[in-house]
Design a protein around this ligand. Sequence first.
Ligand code: FEO
Length: 173
Amino acid sequence: MKDLLRQRVAVQDSIIKKLNNQVKLEAQASAAYLSMAAWCDQHSYDHSAKFFYQQSSEEREHMMKLFHYISDMGGIAVSPAIAATQNEFSSLREVFETALENEIHVTESINQIVAECRKASDFATENFMQWFVKEQVEEEFVVRRILEYFEMLGEDPKSLLLIDERVNSVTYE
Ligand code: FEO
């Protein structure tokens, strides 16, 4: 009976494995953003620090969303080990470039899960993952737009202050 109950909600093991890998990526992103926030704080980029503290919290929420889904679907959610994060950056621009690289990596991983779900006709998980697809569009947009400011304004001290002041006002409509 127990097996039958599990089968009714089970997601394929290969997809559970990918979802757990995504849990790890989100946790890693949360840790990476925390390091970026600390660097920004240390260099008096207060608005950017706030931006990355917020991003770090959001990534943890993403991780938990996946974690609960795995459990709810009868899988075993694995609390991930986190690798050391980058703590030193040469500039504020490098911080945002690194953030964009991370987000692109996360997007690729999410797309792979969606592709796998389609192959397995796992429409429930595909539907669940669509929230993440949308979220990535927004997150990449915001960081790309901030990086455009560096292109437009340059990186002299006044420009950096101006960019820092604007980071939290960038929104994706
Ligand atoms: Fe949840 Fe930005 O990856």
